[in-house]
Design a binder for this molecule. Sequence first.
Ligand SMILES: Cc1ncc(C[n+]2csc(CCOP(=O)(O)OP(=O)(O)O)c2C)c(N)n1
Ligand code: SF4
Length: 288
Amino acid sequence: MTTPLKNTDFNTTHFPTWCPGCGDFGIWTALKNALAALEMKPSNVLIVYGIGCSGNMSSFIKSYGFHGLHGRALPAAIGAKLANKNLKVIVVGGDGDGYGEGGNHFIHALRGNVDITYIVHDNQVYGLTKGQMAPTTELGQPTSSTPEGTVDQALNPVALAIAAGGSFVSQGFAGDVGQLTQLIVDAVKHPGFSHVNVLQPCVTFNHHNTFSWFFKRVYKVESVQHDFSNKYEAFARALEWGDKIPTGLLYREIRPTWVDRVHELDGEPLATRRIDTIDISKTLQSFT
Ligand SMILES: Cc1ncc(C[n+]2csc(CCOP(=O)(O)OP(=O)(O)O)c2C)c(N)n1
Ligand code: SF4
C-alpha cells in the first residue's frame, strides 16, 4: 500500500520570499493540498510559471517546472502537453502576465480547450515590479504608474473566459484555502482547459483590494444555487464586482479537447468524456 501524499511532500528547500501576509501564501498552500489530494507525485506534474511574484512559486514547489518569458507561460505549457499527453500540466502566473502581456494566448487557449489548468494570481497590480497598474486594476485606482488614478476600464477575467469559450471557469479567493483547494482539484480533473482566477491581495502595493475588502464582498455561488451549466447565468454572475463578488465554479461544459478534435480529423470517434468524482474530504481534513 502506498503512503498518501502530504502537502509538505511538495515543499522545496526554499521558503517563500513573498511579503509577509501576501495572498500568494494561500494559493501556494491550496495548490500543494490539491496535488496531494490528487495523488500526483512531483515527478508526474509539470508546472509552468509566468514572471512575477506569482511565478516565483517555481522555487517553492517540488515538481517539474518551467519558468519562461513574461506573458508566455500558456504557449509553453500547451506545447508540453501536446508533446506528452500523459503529463498533468498546470500553469501559475499573475494577472499582468496572463491578462496583459499574455492576453492573446489566454483567449486562444480558452477556445482551443487544450487539457491544462491555468491558475492566475489576480492582485489587480503588477506586484514584482512595484505596483504598476494591471489589466484588472479598478477604474480610477491610483497606482505607482498612475498616481492620479487609472483611466482604463478594468478587464473582467472570468467574464472574458466565458465569452471566449472557456469550458471550466472558476474564481477562488486566497483567503479561503479550503474552497480554493477544491476548485484546483476540480480544475485539474476537468477534461479541457480549466481556468481558476484567484483573488489575491497584494498587501504591499494594493491598499484598496485588501483581505478585509474581499472578505466583505465574496460569496460562494453554491450558497445561491448557481447553475454552472447555464452560460447566461454564469455570465451574469461573472460580471459581478463591487458590492458582491462570486467565488466557486461559475461555468463548466464538457466538450471535446483540442486533441480530441485532431483525433476526429484522423477518423477516430470523439471520446466520451466524463468527470470522475473522488472523495477528498478526508484528505482535506488533514490539512486543516
Ligand atoms: C517582456 C517583459 N516585460 C516586462 C517585464 C518586467 N516585469 C517582470 S514581472 C512584471 C509584472 C508582473 O505582474 P503580474 O503578472 O501581475 O504578477 P505579480 O508580480 O503581481 O504576481 C513585469 C512588468 C518582463 N520581465 N518582461
Ligand atoms: S509585492 Fe505584493 S504580490 Fe508581491 S510578494 Fe509582496 S505582497 Fe505579494
